[in-house]
Design a protein around this ligand. Structure first.
Ligand code: ZN
Length: 380
């Protein structure tokens, strides 16, 4: 297999993300992607299969959006029981100028596992870089469908969905819409718990091929485990499907609300930060910095050349760019402080901009905080 080719493709995807449509009068387009179909049944339950559940929930979701969601419409990558390749699905989304991509799946684990008929819970995935065996096995199962395409080794440039080695290239990936994808994933995951009563297996990241080609915020929903007969019964029932569709609908609504309030507040972010913003961050910085740094006179703080950065990690050694501790965050920078290396993300000219960036970084690194720097060195 040619790893270089995969890397080349991924780099092209990274360099040329389709810029999100900024027209405000445009309808919000939700691309619903019911996983599997046709010769690919997906995971098997005892009485039904994944492709059937996925399509049923997707159709109910489409109906909800088209009848109830304001200024929005839903499109489907498939609306019947037929086969669509993993590569074609994001292409359909691009052609329809979709604003978000929601792939719907049902989970399953190996028959030999003692948890096979008891495991349960929903999880929402974004395209991911985090190295985790459990998440990788879910992605491997979902990606395996490409083997049903007769020319899959050409189409996917030698990528082998069942070889862990093939996934190395994914480590380099940075989805151009990662922050928004995580926001969407969190909103939908919350509703799967609240509205559909699913056990919360959290928002996760994994290398799903179907998300690779997407150029808009994109998530993959694992509704619940079809290998668990009780969960299967729920997912096969009219009432269960209704709840699941409603949950995803509510999550999308919440995401839209959050992002519209985000964009209206970011348009005013050039304004001087509120005292509250500043105070909050300063306290955090002071708390973390006190141990290791000599104080710089306060009079220098607002002088020229100040750059705000988000500090998210300390390490005793310099990390490789692809180190899993960085959780895919890129590009990153670091400065040396005593014997430790402190990793930072972003460069902002104002505290308010840095605070906006901080929200995103905090999703990956909960205790990240904003620092002030001058000439690459931290100042207080
Ligand atoms: Zn699936």
């Amino acid at each position: 297999m040619s790893l270089t080719k995969i890397i080349k493709i991924l780099i092209v995807i990274m360099l040329f993300p389709v810029v999100a449509n900024a027209e405000t009068d445009k309808e919000f387009v939700v691309m619903i992607d019911p996983g599997h179909g046709g010769k690919d049944a997906g995971a098997l339950g005892r009485r039904t299969n994944e492709k059937t559940v996925n399509l049923a929930v997707a159709k109910k979701l489409q109906k909800l959006i088209n009848s109830k969601m304001k200024d929005a419409k839903a499109e489907m990558t498939r609306d019947g029981d037929y086969f669509v390749t993993l590569k074609e699905r994001p292409n359909i989304a691009k052609r329809k100028k979709a604003d978000i991509f929601v792939s719907i799946h049902a989970n399953s684990i190996d028959k030999k596992s003692p948890m096979h008929s008891t495991i349960n819970g929903a999880a929402v995935y974004t395209l991911g870089l985090k190295k985790s065996d459990t998440n990788l096995s879910v992605a491997m199962r979902e990606n395996a469908v490409m083997k049903l395409e007769s020319d899959y080794s050409t189409t996917y440039e030698g990528f082998d969905p069942s070889s862990a080695e093939s996934y190395i290239a994914f480590e380099m990936m940075q989805h151009s819409n990662m922050d928004q994808s995580i926001d969407l994933a969190e909103a939908v995951q919350n509703e799967l718990v609240r509205t559909a009563g699913r056990k919360n297996n959290g928002v996760r990241q994994a290398p799903f091929w179907v998300l690779v080609g997407t150029s808009m915020p994109a998530i993959l929903v694992e509704l619940d485990y079809i290998c668990n007969p009780r969960m299967e019964k729920f997912m096969a029932s009219e009432a269960g499907q209704e709840k699941l569709a409603r949950a995803i609908y509510n999550g999308i609504e919440r995401f839209r609300k959050n992002s519209s309030s985000r964009s209206s507040s970011s348009s005013s972010s050039k304004v001087i930060p509120t005292t509250e913003d500043v105070r909050e961050t300063e306290v955090e910085v002071a708390g973390k910095a006190a141990k290791s740094e000599s104080a710089t006179p306060k009079s220098q703080v607002n002088a020229g050349g100040v750059v705000y950065k988000i500090q998210f990690l300390t390490s005793p050694t310099v990390l490789k760019k692809k180190d899993s501790h960085l959780k895919g965050l890129s590009p990153v920078d670091y400065y040396k402080d005593g014997k430790t290396y402190k990793y930072t993300y972003g460069e902002y000219s104002s505290m308010s901009e840095a605070n906006a960036g901080l929200k995103k970084v905090k999703k990956l690194f909960g205790d990240a905080f904003v620092i002030k720097t001058r000439d690459g060195k931290r100042v207080k």
